[in-house]
Ligand binder design. Structure first.
Ligand code: AHR
Length: 325
């Protein structure tokens, strides 16, 4: 090799290394100055754990500094976390409110500090204007409505004359609990076959799903035709109780769940769950994009709902691709 050729190859290599470094930097540090404080509810479900992971990954991909606090299912911990974010003077605050009420004071404090607030996953209830910038989360009413519509179709296909339903709800006064219930009730309203025998709070927890199912089986026994459960975790807790009581879930009792995590989809494929309405936890990318806009003083869409679908025994379940949570 001539000296000239040697230097030519070295310079090509150097330029390539520089280009690779530059492109990595653009990916890693797209928003180097942005500090986002995020208060997560806890770790009550595979959904929640998947949601946290998605937000962490999205922050890393966008080069956003994330201050993440886990509230361990307590509203007072979320309020304390938001106060810490204000004290740190973060650029943007995001949080998933465990329940809808009780946020006015701390959000007034964020507003006075000039820090925009994004609601992630769940909504709040307030009389005051302008405490938050937007909501990024599922259309829970639509999820409940899709669950109810499925039940009407299922009752038609089985030729059922009476349908006795027990409902295991999510945390009382949380947005998914209120709206999944309202959507479901609206979808079955006017169908005289349908009776909701009892609605009971399972707090989105597997243990409470099991405990409530034991109680419901003791109280209503073989009169139960349908279990409508507001999330996969509670459904997965309820199923062994149904089997222990001598019933076959998916056949003797119609099982309807919400979330669409991998474990529930695997059980759907085995026929022990009849229907799972998707609720996607993958909100991280849109959260980061929205935080960037807010920091830049740009306006954002007031409500952003992701697209969601329904998985059920009406379809070829072997075609459902891996869920990732
Ligand atoms: O707010 C979304 C709900 O919260 C999910 O359905 C549930 O699994 C989670 O705990």
């Amino acid at each position: 090799m001539t000296v000239k050729k040697f230097y030519f190859i070295i310079s090509i290599l150097l330029v390539s290394v520089l280009l690779v470094n530059c492109s990595n930097e653009t990916e890693q540090a797209a928003e180097p100055g942005l500090l986002l404080g995020f208060s997560q509810i806890g770790t009550e479900s595979a959904w929640r754990i998947g949601n946290t992971r998605d937000i962490e990954e999205a922050a890393e991909n966008k080069g956003i500094n994330l201050m993440l606090e886990n509230a361990n299912q307590k509203q007072e911990n979320q309020i304390a976390a938001i106060r810490r974010f204000i004290a740190y003077q973060v650029d943007v605050i995001a949080f998933s409110p465990i329940v809808e009420d009780g946020w006015d004071n701390v959000l007034e404090e964020a507003k006075s500090a000039g820090i925009p607030v994004i609601l992630v996953d769940r909504d709040i209830s307030t009389e005051k204007e302008g405490l938050t910038s937007c909501l990024i989360g599922a259309d829970f009413y639509k999820e409940g409505f899709m669950a109810g519509e499925y039940l009407v179709r299922k009752a038609d296909s089985l030729g059922l004359e009476h349908v006795n339903i027990v409902e295991i709800t999510g945390t009382t006064n949380s947005t998914p609990m209120r709206q999944r219930q309202a959507g479901f009730m609206d979808a079955i309203a006017g169908d005289e076959r349908m009776t909701v025998m009892e609605s009971i709070d399972g707090d989105f927890l597997k243990s409470r799903g099991a405990e409530n199912m034991r109680y419901l089986l003791e109280t209503y026994g073989e009169d139960i035709d349908v279990v409508y459960s507001h999330n996969d975790e509670m459904t997965l807790g309820a199923l062994p109780e149904i089997e222990n009581a001598g019933f076959v879930p998916g056949k003797d009792i119609i099982i309807i769940s919400i979330d669409g995590g991998q474990e529930a989809i695997d059980v759907l494929k085995k026929g022990k769950i009849n229907c799972v309405v998707e609720c996607t936890p993958k909100l991280g990318k849109i959260l980061m994009e929205t935080a960037v806009k807010l920091k830049a003083g740009e306006s954002v869409q007031a409500v952003i709902h992701p697209e969601e679908q329904i998985f059920s025994d009406e379809m070829d379940t072997s075609k459902i691709s891996p869920r990732g949570y």
